[in-house]
Design a protein. Structure first.
Length: 493
């Protein structure tokens, strides 16, 4: 059983607002109002969210990015002084602190001059942690499902009339962006395990959706990943609660540690041994409906509007977190079906001439299998054409056999060259897309390597037929293939 929620919130905390609407600070915490913060890599999803939150709390915000984008334009409209390109001159002499994205290297001219001047430098995750300390933090972690679950919870809290500050890793279609600010004590954030960045977060509600091998360019092995998630869980505030997948074997390894107070943990899953569980699950038109129980007590019936069995788990995590945030379970279950998904998560791009085009962010073997299964259930196409862009050479090499096995629910898989990010030149020399395709064929998958996006589009135009479905898949820029193909379909249907 979980502890009762006895937490009280000081509305005059470090980023709260006083009766005049002015941001105020608490001793020993981050002071914001009137201070200047500079964001290097301001166009990133998380970075822009932090910048907006600071602007809302009367900070002066400047920043830079290598390329202009809708995100940088939007930040400028919000009052930030945004420069395109990196230059030492971009750093205002009055800057109190600099925030850097994970992509920024030490040789960046703005970061160099900040170091020389002795300006306080925060990594993105460090600043996220500082801001979360000023609210009732809710942090959603896991190898898979972080963006969907944190976005779903943010949407649900807003629909319940409470609203929340939020920063998640993808745009919430129904909320117009990946971040939002509100006069609210809640702050929902996605907690990423890469670089152990989630250890900067000390939430009141910490969620662990699942744990699998990933980021093996950073972690030594799966045991080290599990250990990092354990450290994240132990960072939960003393009066807080951990919401954890009760059917994940790696999550279970964390709680076998005697240092954990299991009274402060509640589990979710499809088994009655979990605190929050689903029963009487039915599939209707490719979407699930089910009953929700807590500790054997019936909370109510609900359904979800996002496909895939994995989203039942995500929904149960949302219900558990919302309950601990103070929402009535009955109201939560009523609102749950209203959420229709995130950008690039099984996203319907369009349908022309009885051909369906989707785009999906899946870039890990487990995610690929779950997405393809959900597509078959929801759309029941005659054939699935999967255009998969591997993300990172190191991930592809470490998980090569798993990737090779994960496309069996697709009829044809087309693979361009691997998306290059955060990799070394030596990593590039050890694996390539052709090697992955050969391994896929050896596993019985119909796969082919087509290097350029333009050539992939031409192949789809010549070979996809009525009643079939095309899904672009991956964490890079493969969505451009879907957009180009869909534009062509619109002119030829």
């Amino acid at each position: 059983m979980s502890r009762p929620n006895t937490h009280t919130y000081d509305t005059h905390a470090c980023l709260g607002r006083n009766d005049n609407g002015t941001a105020v600070s608490t001793a020993g915490r981050l002071e914001v109002a009137g201070r200047r913060f500079h964001f290097i890599g301001a166009g990133g999803i998380g970075m822009s969210g932090l910048a907006r939150l600071l602007i809302r709390n009367n900070a002066l915000v400047s920043g830079s990015d290598q390329e202009p984008s809708e995100v940088t334009d939007s930040l400028a409209r919000s009052g930030a002084d945004i420069k395109i390109g990196h230059s030492a001159g971009n750093l205002n002499p009055q800057t109190a602190a600099v925030v850097v994205s994970a992509a920024i290297r030490e040789e960046n001219p703005e970061l160099r001059v900040a170091r020389e001047r002795g300006v306080k430098v925060y990594k993105y995750a460090e600043m996220l942690g500082e801001l979360m300390n000023c609210y009732e933090g809710i942090a959603v972690s896991g190898t898979h499902g972080k963006s969907t679950t944190s976005g779903w919870l943010s949407y649900l809290i807003k629909q319940a009339g409470i609203d929340a500050n939020f920063i998640v890793g993808a745009s919430i279609n129904q909320m117009g962006g990946s971040s939002g600010v509100a006069d609210s004590r809640f702050f929902v954030a996605e907690a990423c395990e890469y670089d152990r960045s989630f250890l900067n977060l000390k939430p009141r509600i910490a969620c662990i959706l699942n744990i699998e091998q990933d980021h093996l360019d950073y972690y030594r092995d799966e045991d080290e990943i599990i250990k990092a998630f354990g450290e994240f869980a132990r960072g939960t505030k003393p009066d807080g609660v951990i919401i954890a997948n009760g059917q994940d074997t790696n999550v279970a390894k964390i709680f076998s540690d005697s240092r954990f107070d299991l009274a402060a943990c509640e589990t979710f899953g499809l088994d009655e041994s979990c605190n929050f569980y689903a029963a009487n699950i039915t599939l209707n038109d490719g979407l699930y409906a089910f009953d929700v129980y807590r500790d054997g007590a019936f909370l109510g019936a609900t359904r979800i509007s996002v496909p895939g069995k994995h989203n039942i788990y995500n929904a149960l995590a949302v219900v558990a977190m919302a309950t601990h945030a103070g929402l009535e379970p009955e109201r939560t279950l009523q609102l749950l079906p209203g959420f229709t998904g995130m950008d690039r998560r099984l996203m319907l791009k369009g349908q022309f001439g009885d051909i369906t085009v989707l785009d999906d962010y899946a870039h890990h073997p487990t995610e690929i299998r779950a997405s393809l299964a959900a597509i078959r259930q929801k759309y029941q196409p005659r054939r699935i054409w999967c255009v998969f862009q591997p993300h990172q050479y190191s991930r592809t090499r470490f998980l090569l056999d798993d990737f090779a096995e994960s496309f069996k629910l697709a009829d044809v898989t087309i693979v361009p060259e691997i998306y290059f990010v955060r990799d070394s030149e030596s990593a590039k020399r050890q694996v390539n897309a052709q090697i992955l395709v050969e391994r896929m064929r050896a596993c019985g998958t119909q796969a082919l390597f087509i290097e350029s996006f333009g050539a992939i589009g031409d192949y789809l135009k010549a070979n996809v037929s009525s009643g079939e479905l095309v899904v672009t898949m991956g964490a890079g820029d493969i969505w451009k293939v879907a957009d180009g193909y869909l534009q062509w379909l619109g002119g030829h249907s």
